[in-house]
Design a protein around this ligand. Structure first.
Ligand code: AMP
Length: 522
């Protein structure tokens, strides 16, 4: 067994307890580790028959399901890397991501096959597809999942692999309008998982909620910490995941022991999930990451789940979690600031630097940079972006997080926002520049600028648009246009038409002026 490969986690779980429950969905289906292993083997068999192996990429364009979990493990067993895309975002975006990643094959929800094909860019060969569900257009180069699962061909040999092989590529919002693919290796993921194993008390009897979608890096913990512990992954499908009342019931009724989500989901559970009802059971380990958890809802959560181990985890997709802060069992009444993002997670290393990469004075504000085995290889097909994201010195190669922090003198980092135009919406990364790029693809738009501000319900994204003189446009039409190009969470909350956008003396958009204007014109 190759211990430097994520696929060894499933092998070990099967060896330790083939009949134990591996994965359950929210519609009553469940597979033991033996059942999961068999389907994973079938996925590997099909991919190997198509010549997919080490160094290749395979797309995953599926709602959360047992099949999606089997696909992920099957791709890894084949030695390839998976590229998960949001099945609820516009198909045009999904197709351009999968084409960018050069996937050789993709496992696709049957209902999405047509849209994927119609948006597939002309250039380059189209991938082999497996359709999950009833395929609408059984066509050339389209296989069915049922046929894949029933295939009794002998298992192929496992490929030779290295811990430095790519395991998955996660596409995040890109400031120039094109999502960028963060390349993560087996060594990157295992570095994070080793830290998790050493830090959290998790074991084979634990039931891990899978709330985050598979294209979001929080899912790496759910998928592999559960499998690594030989525990059970309990899938919360996309519609359940957004419904606080059902999600609150899910945590209790499905006996969730380990929970990991963005703070906004936990805040939603606190407010509308009914988790404070006396008959409700609490998880034992509750992790959150992706954005600041404001102190008021965190205090309420702490009061409702006083005995849970609570952690604030921090890190960009490029490093996975790189700092962590346990939350005390009681939050003092006079605390009005969010908790810090905490100390660096060994064996990663962290520094706070200025724009030249030199250490700032103790306690001063600077950019957090990270080095070590958890740090991504780079951005897929974008050496320019990769080079810009790193700098070297005689100690290491450092990844620039773009986050401003202060070290309080004890090695504990306090988060002070971004140094660029990236914001977080319900834990998702949103480059305001990507929204602007989408607006500029509308023929009616002459100029567009997008700003964000914190509102009572989280970040509010506001677009200011100047329409071309000879054109007419409605807010609904502009929103609809955005909806064809962007996932829901990136569609501006507010669109304002202006005759002129404020500009600086060099004719650049005056973002500061717009932000101030937006704050006073809510
Ligand atoms: P993503 O790549 O989607 O995981 O987003 C990473 C960014 O989210 C980081 O660079 C931070 O700006 C922000 N972030 C992640 N975790 C936290 C946290 N615990 N507290 C505050 N901001 C966070």
């Amino acid at each position: 067994m190759n211990r430097g490969h994520l696929s060894c986690l499933l092998d070990a779980a099967v060896a330790a307890g083939a009949d134990r429950p591996a994965v359950e969905d929210d519609r009553g289906r469940a597979w033991t580790y033996a059942e999961l292993d068999r389907i994973v083997d079938r996925v590997h068999t099909r991919l190997a028959r198509w010549g997919v192996g080490r160094g290749d990429r395979v797309g995953l364009f599926l709602p959360k399901s047992l099949e999606a979990v089997a696909t992920i493990h099957g791709v890894l067993r084949a030695g390839a890397a998976y590229v998960p895309v949001d099945p609820f975002a516009p198909a045009a975006r999904g197709a351009s991501i999968l084409a960018d990643a050069g996937v050789k094959a993709a496992i696709v929800d049957a209902a999405l096959v047509g849209a994927l094909r119609s948006h597939w860019p002309q250039r380059g060969p189209s991938p082999r597809l497996v359709a999950v569900g009833d395929a609408v257009d059984a066509a050339d180069r389209l296989d069915s999942w049922d046929e894949l699962a029933a295939d009794d061909a002998p298992s192929p040999l496992r490929p030779r692999t290295s811990r430095d092989d790519l395991a998955y590529i996660l596409y995040t919002s890109g400031s120039t309008g094109v999502p960028k693919g963060v390349m993560l290796t087996h060594a990157n993921a295992l570095c994070f998982l080793d830290w998790c194993r050493a830090t959290f008390k998790i074991g084979p009897d634990d039931r891990f909620a899978s709330h985050a979608p598979f294209h979001f890096d929080l899912s790496v913990f759910d998928l592999y910490a559960s499998c690594g512990a030989g525990g059970t992954l309990v899938l919360a499908g996309e519609s359940l995941g957004k419904d606080p009342a059902r999600l609150g019931a899910f945590v209790s009724e499905r006996s969730i022991d380990v929970w990991y989500s963005a703070p906004s989901i936990l805040a939603m559970l606190v407010e509308r999930g009914g988790i404070d009802r006396p008959d409700r059971r609490a998880p034992r380990v509750v992790l959150f990451a992706g954005e600041v958890f404001p102190i008021a809802p965190l205090r309420k959560l702490r009061g409702i789940w006083p005995h849970a181990e609570l952690w604030n985890l921090y890190g960009p997709t490029e490093t996975n979690v790189c700092t962590a802060q346990p939350i005390p069992s009681r939050i003092p009444d006079d605390r009005d600031q969010p908790y810090p993002i905490g100390a660096v997670c060994p064996p990663l290393r962290a520094r706070v630097v200025d724009e030249h990469g030199s250490d700032v004075a103790a306690g001063a504000l600077g950019e957090l940079v990270i080095a070590g085995q958890g740090v991504m290889r780079g951005y897929f097909g974008r050496p320019d972006l990769t080079n810009a994201a790193f700098f070297h010195d005689d100690r290491a190669q450092w990844y620039r997080t773009g986050d401003l922090v202060r070290d309080d003198g004890t090695g504990c980092y306090h988060f002070h926002g971004r140094r660029d135009r990236m914001v977080k919406k319900r834990g998702y990364r949103v480059e305001l520049g990507e929204i602007e790029a989408a607006l500029y693809r509308n023929d009616d738009v002459e100029r567009a600028a997008v700003v964000a501000r914190d509102g009572a319900e989280g970040v509010v994204v506001r677009a200011f648009v100047k329409i071309k003189p000879d054109r007419k446009a409605s807010i609904i039409a502009v929103k609809r246009h955005c909806g064809q190009l962007l996932p829901n969470y990136m569609i501006p909350d507010v669109i304002t038409f202006l005759d002129q956008l404020p500009t600086t003396s060099t004719d650049k958009v005056d973002y500061q002026g717009l932000t101030q204007w937006a704050a006073s014109h809510v």
